[in-house]
Design a protein around this ligand. Structure first.
Ligand SMILES: [Zn+2]
Length: 207
């Protein structure tokens, strides 16, 4: 299936568009963008000097609702964003690294356009009161089946995930679902907001 070229917006122009909102305007949400550091699958800082701590305004409002739910039910915990708006150019760069490898399934083919590149997807985890990440059984971007929410029960039955891992992941999903986000089968940390085909057809692609 091919998609017509969507309208585009530069990552550096998000601040001058009312359609996007800086993550810094969500005081209850921590931000630790892994692709703006070397702590990622590729070991390179792919974002600097661009500020990628942005989401589409609709997604930011949804994340605010998730953070409010967490604050009300688990005030000791915080959402921590690991990736948000991802310029299409960076998505293409990922693709050249992973194409033909076992990591391929974890990255959207840039021809299909990642929902991250519309500011309508977010990767995140939970932090405890000391600011430490809750143990989810794998780290962010672990490209093994241990990361697959769809396999959690089976992996737990095999002793490959512990009950606390399932509990922590379920908590993250509950918080996100309360904001209207949808998880996916292959990455516990990834959530989409809105209908993906509508997003691909109508929203601005960040380049
Ligand atoms: Zn993601």
């Amino acid at each position: 299936m091919s998609h017509p070229a969507p309208p585009t917006i530069s990552i550096d122009a998000l601040g001058s568009s009312p359609d996007f909102r800086a993550l810094g305007t969500l005081p209850q949400v921590r931000v630790d963008l892994r692709y703006a550091s070397t702590r990622n699958l590729l070991g390179h800082d792919l974002y600097s000097p661009h500020d990628c701590a942005w989401l589409h305004a609709e997604a930011a409002a949804a994340l605010e609702l998730s953070a409010q739910w967490l604050q009300a039910h688990h005030p000791e915990l915080r959402l921590c964003v690991l990736d948000a708006a991802r310029p299409h150019r960076v998505q293409e760069l990922f693709w050249t690294h992973v194409q033909g490898t076992s990591m391929e399934r974890y990255f959207a083919n840039p021809a299909r356009r990642s929902i991250h590149s519309f500011g309508m997807a977010v990767d995140l985890t939970l932090l405890d009161a000391q600011g430490h990440e809750l143990d989810m059984g794998t780290g962010f971007d672990d490209t093994t089946e241990l990361s697959h929410p769809a396999l959690e029960d089976q992996l737990a039955a095999q002793g490959l995930l512990r009950s606390e891992h399932l509990r922590h992941r379920a908590l993250l999903r509950h918080a996100m679902q309360h904001g209207g986000w949808q998880g996916i089968a292959t990455e516990w940390w990834h959530f989409d907001f809105g209908d993906r085909e509508t997003v691909r057809a109508r929203y601005q692609l960040i380049v």
